[in-house]
Design a protein around this ligand. Structure first.
Ligand SMILES: Cc1ncc(COP(=O)(O)O)c(C=O)c1O
Length: 218
């Protein structure tokens, strides 16, 4: 509450392109795109028109038992982006929900294969995957986790690669050790590909990802 008084929230009235305008007309450059949601700019005309056109046609219908053309088109475009390697799309409403769904699907797939002992997930040290309970369990940022520790699942945290530290081989060795010793409990490993933003923009090579896939396939 003290912080709220000393640093009250900005009352924003409108936004255009990269700028936010407050109630008194003062302009602020939105350098984080309001937490990277508005990367194409505020009140982007094409996006606004598409939302209005769609809302006039069909604002929402459940995807349980129904489908509609925009959902099919988006699914097909996403699949194309993977070279049609991934042929099924499950829509979520935000990043954390997408992570929850992915974790559940991995567990479900293992359970169907009869591998019910695989109840644990692994993530990279300092990784960030969201703040719902499952997503927070595969996050390694104490600031977000500390208040909820007793609610979180017991996740394997493995060393993170970081090109600045030239440690990809060591990070792969840590993964190989985990797989050897506790792989039988592992359901899935979650990685933010190429750059771990929450870990201070630590980057890794696509070769690291390829080698991770080889190890997890074995
Ligand atoms: C890598 C990663 N995963 C998951 C999330 C969670 O997304 P959301 O904030 O939409 O729940 C974020 C959010 O920044 C993210 O950067």
């Amino acid at each position: 509450m003290a912080r709220l008084q000393s640093c009250p929230p900005l009352a924003i009235r409108s936004g255009h392109d990269g700028w936010l305008i407050d109630e008194s007309g003062r302009r602020y450059f939105d350098s984080v795109s309001s937490w990277w949601v508005n990367i194409l700019g505020h009140t982007n005309r094409r996006i606004t028109e598409a939302i209005v056109n769609q809302a006039n046609e069909l604002s929402h219908v459940m995807l349980g038992g129904c489908t509609h053309e925009p959902a099919v088109k988006l699914a097909e475009r996403l699949s194309l982006r993977t070279g049609k390697h991934l042929g099924h799309v499950f829509f979520a409403s935000d990043g954390s929900s997408a992570v929850e769904i992915a974790l559940k699907q991995c567990f479900h797939a293992k359970a169907i294969q009869g591998q019910t002992a695989r109840t644990r997930f692994a993530c990279l040290r300092n990784s960030y995957h969201g703040e719902t309970i499952g997503a927070l369990s595969v996050t390694d940022v104490p600031l977000f986790q500390d208040s909820y520790r007793p609610l979180l699942n017991d996740t394997f945290i493995i060393d993170s690669p970081d090109t600045r530290l030239d440690n990809e081989d060591a990070a792969l060795k840590a993964l190989a050790d985990l797989l050897e010793k506790q792989g039988h409990q592992l359901c899935a490993l979650i990685i933010e590909p190429r750059v771990q933003c929450g870990g201070g923009m630590s980057m890794h090579s696509s070769d690291y990802l390829r080698r991770v896939r080889e190890l997890t396939r074995q």
